[in-house]
Design a protein around this ligand. Sequence first.
Ligand code: GDP
Ligand code: MG
Length: 201
Amino acid sequence: MSKKPAPTPTLHKVIMVGSGGVGKSALTLQFMYDEFVEDYEPTKADSYRKKVVLDGEEVQIDILDTAGQEDYAAIRDNYFRSGEGFLCVFSITEPESFDATQEFREQILRVKNAENIPFLLVGNKSDLAEKRRVPLDACRERAAAWQVPYVETSAKTRDNVDKTFMMLVKEMSRLKQGLEPEEPEVKRKNFACRQQCCGIC
Ligand code: GDP
Ligand code: MG
């Protein structure tokens, strides 16, 4: 008797976007390999693949860690078009990187031209609380205006790293199954949080 071949796991394509130096590579490498890489080559874009179990089912996550090539509109548009879910990262210590998220958001909306795009606003470097220069309220307001979840992560301490990727992949999976985004619950969690933390605690 021949064995049935294992079903091919669903592939979810995640794109890391955000200004240089905010920790896109550090977050990606922490999620992939459980280590904090402090000096990853800043100009290097790379892609990664990881199998995870989501709601009891094995799925594959493809992560494209962008690195500045997206300054060229054609390359950027290709990246964004190929993406199915986006982690839009800034550093809570750098207001310019927070400002830049606005432009990334607009570019993604323009290229994808879809109603529901799995997208999380990610404030990284939460371990540097004493150097915080982007107020938590401003982060939450922007996420609310965009109707997306807001999360704070630390690629250094690994805080919320798995949660963030898994939350995005969950949204991507729901969308592919034709389910509504988990918006009301996400929003409730986001704004009920009284701790100076993540919004998904
Ligand atoms: P990218 O250009 O967005 O890919 O940023 P990198 O991942 O290369 O990180 C830029 C710098 O910030 C590096 O020196 C990292 O070590 C540092 N970094 C990244 N994430 C964190 C974090 O969560 N906390 C702290 N303290 N430093 C971080
Ligand atoms: Mg990088």
